[in-house]
Design a protein around this ligand. Sequence first.
Ligand code: AMP
Ligand code: MG
Length: 416
Amino acid sequence: MKSTHLPLKSLDDALAELLAFAVPLQGSVELGTFDADGRVLVQDLTSELHVPPQDNSSMDGYALRCIDVATAGSVLAVTQRIPAGAAGAPVEGGCAARIFTGAPIPPGADAVVMQEDCEALPPTSAAGLHEQVRVLALPQPGQWIRRAGEDVTRGAVVLHRGTRLTPAELGLAASIGLDRLAVARSPRVALFSTGDELVMPGDVAPGQMRPGAIYNSNRFFLRALLKRLGCEVSDYGIVPDQRDATVQALRAASSQHDLILTSGGVSVGEEDHIKPAVQALGELNLWQIAIKPGKPFAYGRVGSAHFIGLPGNPVSSYITFLLLVRPFLLKLQGVRVLEPKAVTLPAHFDWPRADKRREFLRVRRNAAGGLELFPNQSSGVLTSAVWGDGLVDNPPGQSIAHGDAVRFISFSELLA
Ligand code: AMP
Ligand code: MG
């Protein structure tokens, strides 16, 4: 663990170890379905009804009995009108019902003819003063009818526990009548930025920055990323680069939080106090990973809290969050599927100098279906993460030539 001469841990090994530590949190909360976006179900959701509840029309048109339309051009009496939300009466022989999309199919009808295939005729005394319809196309039984239960059948589990809710899941839960959902409680996360060079935007104007100062950017994306993952964030701001202050800050946060997340100060420099502070207070289980950017990553425990130390360089911090902290936080909430989907795409760039470490290059898709590389891959250049729409996951020691198939992970997989 201590020596930097030992081979670094691979990302896969580090992630497996990290996830083994991520025992799902006890406890759940009940939320209104409106407020449950991004949260994780703790129960299976079983439907008590069919969706849709009844057979209904998928077109504006006429509901009828096919048997009454022996030939195209047959004329039927229109004896009722069924808008969405109404219930129709049985359709008698020789009759049709004017019907609208979503309205229940009346008893007896076995097809809907769309209004574009019909001609409305004025009432005649022969039709008992009903309006009439001429059916111009021969109907097939069942046409334009959405069957009861074709979306969800009564008794079916529509969503399983461990599912992370997105807007589509919220709609599906509502469609089976659920206005409240039991979800995993939010991980409580204490967030610290380290670095004496850091200044908060708003505290000092750009023109007034002292030499050596930079704005704290990590704090902004880390807080936003945590919120997206359903966390309750206590943001403790900036901790000075001092051993005692670091120990005190970590100790104070450890009792009230599930996770302490820091950025910076986790390398091997004399001003990097995170690692010794964690070792003094608890234990360090993981330190340094063979990825680029993002080598200085640490996991440990401080009291009852998990501890994760992210690198200070903004791109390293961002990428290690997406690759490691995100699945960790999702697993704490009981999510089962944690692996982001990757696709294979052609590189429309050259990357001749392979690194010993597995690299995550900031790229974006072009209109030709290939990937272009952001020209500056430095771990300090956050513009690369904004310009890019994803990462090329490049194995250790692998150079890339234009046209090579590479593994691409979209940021949309990692930010949802
Ligand atoms: P460190 O890991 O503390 O050695 O920091 C590595 C690099 O990241 C240094 O150039 C820091 O100035 C920079 N850095 C650390 N924390 C932040 C932050 N919160 N926002 C922007 N840059 C940072
Ligand atoms: Mg630092």
